[in-house]
Design a binder for this molecule. Structure first.
Ligand code: 4NP
Length: 160
């Protein structure tokens, strides 16, 4: 099993959007017995909350389920439970580095998986209000991330 955790600041806009989109891709590819997805926030303000209305709207428009999603805060134990921890922006990455040393986990920036943009950060729609732009970036990045996970898995099988 491969376990993926997306991290943003509040866990109500970007990271739950990524969680829902990647889970949808995984389900469509029949990989749900192999890959799990979760999301968490650096901050604690929205713990227990559903995704932001803007995130819910854009997921509804694209018929992607966000059922059951509730915000939670990042916990140091996440480094023991996840194989990939993916930060939505550079501030999230710095905060993650301050919470725990990397150990064996792949800790990367989400925008590393979006080949068509030079931006380093997924813009925060909580402040910009632009959920469409974020949906496009996150959809693209989730495809790229899933490809990397599958490739890494194939390499591991070849080595074993
Ligand atoms: P997110 O957006 O990190 O994409 O979930 C935010 C949500 C809430 C806050 C900041 C960013 N906030 O300050 O409450």
């Amino acid at each position: 099993m491969i376990h993926v955790l997306f991290v943003c600041l509040g866990n109500i806009c970007r990271s739950p959007m990524a969680e829902a989109i990647l889970r949808d891709l995984i389900n469509k590819e029949g990989l749900s017995d192999h890959i799990t997805v979760d999301s968490a926030g650096i901050g604690h303000w929205h713990v227990g909350a559903s995704p932001h209305e803007g995130t819910r709207d854009i997921l509804d428009q694209n018929r992607i389920s966000y059922e059951g999603l509730a915000a939670r805060q990042v916990d140091p134990s996440d480094w023991d439970r996840f194989d990939y921890i993916i930060a939505m922006d550079q501030k999230n990455m710095r905060d993650l580095q301050g919470i725990r040393e990397k150990n064996g986990v792949v800790v990367k920036m989400f925008m590393d998986y979006v080949s068509t943009h030079d931006k380093k950060d997924v813009p925060d729609p909580y402040f910009t209000g632009n959920f469409d732009e974020v949906y496009e970036l996150i959809s693209q990045g989730c495809v790229g991330l899933l490809e990397e996970i599958k490739q890494n898995d194939r390499n591991k099988e070849e080595l074993s």
